[in-house]
Design a protein around this ligand. Sequence first.
Ligand SMILES: [Cu+2]
Length: 224
Amino acid sequence: MSRRAARSHALAALLALLLPAAVRAGELRGTVRYAGAAAPAAAVPVHKDQEACGTSVPDESLLAAGGGLANVVVQVRGVSGPAPRPVRATLDQDHCRFRPHVQAVPVGSTMDIVSSDPVLHNVHGWIGRATVFNQAMPTPGRRMPRRLDRPGIIQVKCDVHDWMSAWVLVVEGPAAVTGADGGFAVKDLPAGSYTVVAWHERLGERVAQVTVPAAGAASLEIRY
Ligand SMILES: [Cu+2]
């Protein structure tokens, strides 16, 4: 190989290293706002296994503080390139609540369902009326891995404690879940115009359009 050929070869290799980072350097940041009355978590009375569960648990189905809406899954649709990598996620049962209450995981991820409680739980995942998993967990410390191969919205319930509920969104593209202040960030997006779909367990969907720059962040406010 001539010196010139070697130089262009090295340059191509360097570009190949740098390019993926360069084309996926965009980011979407935003806030999901809730225009309704501020909704602190109401208490749901507990009528069973009070020694482990306590006498009440918070109702986490609508958490809005300071105008921000928590537990909204924000998905960016139509992103080209490789899908987000599968992750190892956890769904814990702690004092007869699922933690986290809402999560989003890429398709193909494995979720470890665990229990920290010294009481019987029966974890039951549903997509619509179809069972995704259904497993008794009689003792704390057990770990039940489940591979999530189908995209969809899974509601997780406990057949023993009817107040227990969690949501796992198995997603095919980039996504984020809003924090307590309604804020979210979806990183490593290539530049482009995308449809953004927000989902909340009680308030439903909102759809928005956004253009992500090649570098830096696009910002978006979604209103319920
Ligand atoms: Cu339970």
